[in-house]
Design a protein around this ligand. Structure first.
Ligand code: AMP
Ligand code: GLY
Length: 431
């Protein structure tokens, strides 16, 4: 079977690595890929945003199945474009990807389906939004509708901050982060919501539109600095399983969040097929929804997939074909932990282009796999080209063992301007 994977980050390297192990696979193409992905697949120089060329390549090459890594392409309708050209692909469709694309839509859906989440209201003008923020008190959460590369949320600590955040969003302050074209939801709408206190965790499921199966849970580290300080990022490290997600909470995640959400979408004629990422806040009043994403997390995929003992490709095809009814996946009980190594400047504008050393030595450490997030070959050297550059991942019998192995590997690797958090796993270790 010929498979095309779309994307170029660490999540896509982990996906490519897992797909490459499938007994169903004859050839794996990744567009556009990166230096690490080139070790397990054929990289095709087509940008993930170039839908016509991706579809053209898939048709010409006789691709049997396509996998789309990132939200921007799913929300932008790449699944629909592949399927319209006769290429089977893992969704969701553009219509169902609204679950990630519009925060206001999700909040309304939760309210109607009785799914626990923060109190909220949607606004199209600044003055009523400010009055509602005042009524909630501070901190208060202000969210731009539409995709904003994980940066569309402002947690305002005072009236001055929430007023400023609301004005900023209505002036289009986040509008330039992800360009989805005129059809993108949002830009002119914001959600103002209650601030929830607790520990965040994510849980993943796979749906075929009618049936859903649980995948596994993980915990990300969103802030750039040790001790969870500094600006939000796409994720600085993760581990799976997350001890905060007890088996009882995982059951609640499926029964009280994922299944009612899928049922509500199906009832609206938007049956959801694909990976479903549930972001939860474990508050003292129980788990509440923070967000849904329509794809694997990055770097959560880098810790989920090394624990998956069953064939990923078989499962994704079963999801596409509506065959998850009696599907079962096997998972390793080990912990996987990943440390994201970044370029100086991230999550702002990173410094790029320095040569990376020590990759081979790091990869020799027992249990370690290095996923590339932002790298390129330059001659016979690998250079750091992204904000997030490498995801150094290790399996271990415990969180402590996985952490020790991952950091041993991290210490082998160097380039000018490299930095990383030195405390990935701290919440799990504190328990
Ligand atoms: P989102 O894009 O909705 O995932 O929000 C980004 C991050 O903002 C989340 O991962 C949380 O850390 C934080 N966040 C979002 N909504 C809330 C909320 N209502 N209360 C507390 N933190 C929140
Ligand atoms: N790591 C968070 C995300 O993928 O959205």
């Amino acid at each position: 079977m010929k498979v095309l994977l779309v994307g170029s980050g660490g999540r896509e390297h982990a996906l490519a690595w897992a797909l490459a192990a499938s007994p169903l696979l004859s050839r794996l193409f990744v567009a556009p890929g990166n230096a690490g992905i080139a070790g397990v697949a054929d990289c095709v120089p087509i940008a993930a945003s170039d839908f016509p060329r991706l579809v053209g390549f898939a048709v010409e090459t006789g691709i049997d199945f396509a996998v789309i890594g990132a939200d921007a392409q799913l929300v932008g309708g790449l699944w629909d474009a592949f399927e319209a050209a006769g290429i089977r692909a893992l969704g969701p469709s553009k219509a169902a990807a609204v679950l990630e694309g519009s925060k206001g839509f999700v909040k309304d859906l939760c309210a109607q389906a009785g799914i626990p989440t923060a109190a909220y209201r949607r606004f199209r003008a600044p003055e009523p939004a400010k009055a509602f923020a005042d009524s909630l008190g501070w901190p208060v959460v202000i969210k731009a509708d539409g995709l904003a590369a994980g940066k569309g949320v402002i947690i305002a600590a005072s009236k001055a901050e929430s007023d400023k955040a609301i004005d900023f969003m209505f002036e289009g302050g986040f509008g330039n982060l992800v360009d989805l074209g005129a059809s993108a939801p949002g830009r002119t709408e914001i959600v103002v919501e209650e601030f929830m206190t607790g520990e965040e965790a994510s849980f993943f499921a796979l749906s075929d539109g009618r049936h859903a199966i649980a995948l596994a849970g993980a915990q990300d580290h969103k802030r750039v600095g040790d001790g969870d300080v500094g600006p939000n990022t796409g994720g600085m490290g993760a581990y799976s399983p997350a001890p905060v997600l007890t088996p009882a909470l995982e059951a609640i995640a499926m029964e009280k969040f994922i299944r009612p959400t899928l049922a509500a979408l199906a009832a609206r004629g938007m049956a959801y097929m694909g990976i479903l990422y549930l972001g939860l806040m474990i508050t003292k009043h129980g788990p509440k929804l923070v967000e849904y994403n329509c794809r694997f997390g990055d770097p959560e995929a880098q810790v989920l997939l090394p624990r998956l003992k069953s064939d990923l490709l078989t499962a994704l095809i079963a999801a596409r074909d509506g065959m998850l009814g009696d599907f079962d996946l096997r998972w390793s009980p080990e912990t996987a932990l990943t440390v994201v190594m970044c370029n100086k400047g991230y999550p702002g504008t990173p410094e790029k282009g320095h040569v990376i050393s020590g990759l081979e030595e790091a990869a020799k450490i027992s249990g370690v796999t290095i996923f590339h997030a932002g790298t390129e070959w330059r001659g016979d050297e690998i250079i750091a080209t992204g904000g997030r550059v490498l995801d150094v991942t290790a399996l271990g019998a415990t969180v402590a063992e996985a952490q020790a192995r991952a950091y041993e590997a991290v210490r082998c690797i160097h380039w000018d301007g490299c930095f990383y958090r030195s405390d990935i796993g701290w919440r799990a270790l504190k328990r």
